[in-house]
Design a protein around this ligand. Structure first.
Ligand code: FE2
Length: 320
């Protein structure tokens, strides 16, 4: 079972924000717009976020990661307040009309190692989204800690603790959330589970989500990615109704394709590994024939803001 943060009432949201006192400044504007009763929810719309990297300190600013051979020069990094980025992304999602019924954070919610203080802050920042009627889902990234996340969610049932994998069934597609853990391994048991879930649902296309890249990153930062990524890709390539694998981890907006399978690399909400790379979130709209992806940059003047990608959900040769 994955971690699911269900919608909350406006009253619950206001009560929680007031209890947090001064820490609620960032979400104060969201409170005004998080009125779930007025704006309809679209069952075919999903907001896709990844790598929010929230610190326990809402004012924390980070200059980005350095690595050997990085093309980003010393002193050329751009500092980012990740809490503000998530608050901005939340505002953009809430402003949609109709609103997405679901929002997925595809791993690395936390900044460092998944401390409880980081999750407390993360959960505060996604509260306006939940108050807007949207269900929030979380996958596990290498900076997350399952146990600390569970401890931070008092209403979580014991049966929801474990490997965070499940299927979200939507009218036009099934979304499969995977748990690649802290080390980027799915394991044979989870791969078998994935094969079973896909084989039981051949009537609809499937979009698969996991934190780690399934093959070595083709973008700016060399990252090997998921250790059993080749097994995952083989499994998905053998099932034509598996239309896309969507992942984070590399903090870079990229799109690749292998036959029917699209490989969508979600940008980080929080910060980027290369100066000037896009960071933000993706608006996904599902129809019977496609998943339309639109990039929403935190910096709306970024040249890639509004960039679109189309994932075909039907192969004309094999499906009706
Ligand atoms: Fe990350």
């Amino acid at each position: 079972m994955p971690i699911i943060l269900p919608p909350i009432t406006r009253r619950q949201f206001v009560r929680g924000s007031l209890a947090l006192g001064g820490a609620a400044i960032i979400t104060s504007h969201a409170m005004a717009s998080a009125d779930s009763e007025r704006v309809p929810l679209d069952q075919n719309r999903v907001a896709l976020l990844a790598d929010t990297h929230i610190s326990g300190d809402p004012n924390f600013v980070y200059p980005g990661t350095k690595w050997p051979g990085s093309p980003v020069g010393e002193g050329a990094h751009e500092s980012v307040n990740m809490a503000q980025c998530l608050a901005d992304a939340a505002m953009s999602v809430i402003a949609l009309n109709p609103r997405p019924v679901h929002l997925i954070v595809n791993g690395d919610c936390a900044f460092s190692s998944g401390k409880q203080a980081e999750y407390k802050e993360f959960l505060r920042l996604v509260e306006p989204i939940r108050a807007a009627g949207i269900t929030v889902h979380v996958t596990i990234g290498n900076h997350d800690n399952r146990e600390n996340l569970w401890k931070s969610i008092p209403f979580l049932k014991r049966e929801q603790m474990g490997i965070q994998a499940d299927v979200i069934e939507l009218p036009h597609a099934n979304l499969v959330l995977l748990d690649s853990g802290r080390k980027g391994v799915l394991g044979d048991k989870q791969l078998d589970w994935l094969a079973t879930q896909l084989d039981e649902r051949t009537d609809k296309p499937a979009l698969i989500f996991g934190h780690f890249n399934p093959y070595p990153n083709q973008g700016v930062r060399p990252i090997r990615g998921m250790k059993d990524g080749a097994s995952l890709l083989k499994l998905l390539s053998e099932r034509e109704h598996a239309r896309a694998y969507l992942y984070g981890h590399t903090h870079e907006w990229q799109h690749d394709r292998r036959a029917h399978l699209h490989l969508i690399n979600q940008p980080a909400v929080g910060y980027y590994f290369g100066k000037g790379l896009a960071h933000g979130w993706v608006d996904m709209r599902l129809t019977e024939t496609s998943a339309e992806l639109e990039l929403h940059c935190i910096n709306r003047k970024h040249k890639q803001h509004g960039d679109r990608r189309l994932v075909s959900l039907k192969d004309k040769k094999t499906r009706n």
